[in-house]
Design a protein around this ligand. Structure first.
Ligand SMILES: [Zn+2]
Length: 263
């Protein structure tokens, strides 16, 4: 009898610890849903949304840092990837990889690249950026070029304007798709909703919403609703162009199953 009771105790403690783990994961999911959706009870912000592949996507979203405007840092597989570093203050984690989308001053800043770079950082970007940068380890990427860094896959993607002339297609400027462990992140760069983007199948999208030079909030929401990623993160606002109003407009227009996460 004693043995049966001991066995029962062990069994119930295993179940209990499993429950705790699940509750932990659930509360983590709810925390960032609450953060991003507290003021906006709309489609894009439904709580308890079920994400494809679950926690791997959550973890990747957690590892994305918005450094203001279009400046992003993502920790992937213990590597620090910076995209368009700009107005960098103090940075503890230096870059393993730097991705530049195009040569406009708010995306390509040699001063900020130097702040995030270490001796062995590698920088990738379009021709007009890579020809100017002082970093030694550098490589030009054209749309659809792919590189591999350990287990991380990085694909260059076209980015250009359709109804304005700030980012002409012939410049071969870029967005990027980062893939790791079955999770993909698309960083659109300064682009309109170009036909190539209709074919994208990605988990996380990082999009401009400020308008004027890029897609505006409604156009970015329209793109999001077309390809239905798990998570959408609005950027390119709060400096130069775009305000909280644009972010609210984006959230209002994004439909299920996509969840908008503010960084
Ligand atoms: Zn630009």
């Amino acid at each position: 009898m004693k043995r049966i009771i001991t066995l029962l105790m062990i069994f119930s403690s295993v179940i209990f610890s499993k429950e705790i783990k699940d509750i932990d994961e659930l509360s983590k999911l709810l925390i960032y849903t609450k953060n991003s959706c507290s003021k906006n009870n709309v489609d894009g912000c439904v709580e308890n949304i079920k994400l494809k592949g679950g926690s791997m996507i959550d973890r990747m979203v957690d590892n994305i840092k918005w450094l203001g405007h279009a400046s992003i840092m993502i920790k992937v597989d213990d590597k620090n990837i910076f995209i368009d570093p700009w107005k960098i203050k103090e940075i503890k984690d230096k870059a393993d990889i730097i991705l530049i989308t195009h040569s406009h001053f708010d995306h390509y800043s040699e001063e900020d690249i130097k702040k995030v770079a270490k001796v062995d950082s590698v920088i990738y970007g379009p021709e007009d950026v890579i020809s100017k940068t002082s970093l030694k380890n550098k490589k030009v990427l054209k749309p659809y070029d792919e590189i591999k860094s350990g287990n991380i896959n990085i694909k260059a993607f076209p980015a250009y304007n359709l109804n304005k002339n700030f980012h002409p297609k012939e410049n071969k400027w870029l967005g990027y798709i980062i893939e790791y462990n079955g999770v993909s992140i698309y960083i659109a760069g300064d682009t309109d909703f170009i036909p190539e983007m209709r074919e994208l199948k990605v988990n996380i999208v990082i999009l401009p919403v400020g308008g004027t030079y890029t897609m505006n909030a409604k156009e970015s929401a329209n793109f999001t609703n077309t390809i239905k990623p798990d998570v959408a993160i609005p950027i390119h606002w709060g400096d130069i162009v775009g305000s909280k109003k644009d972010v609210d407009e984006f959230i209002k227009n994004v439909k299920k199953p996509t969840k908008v996460v503010l960084k």
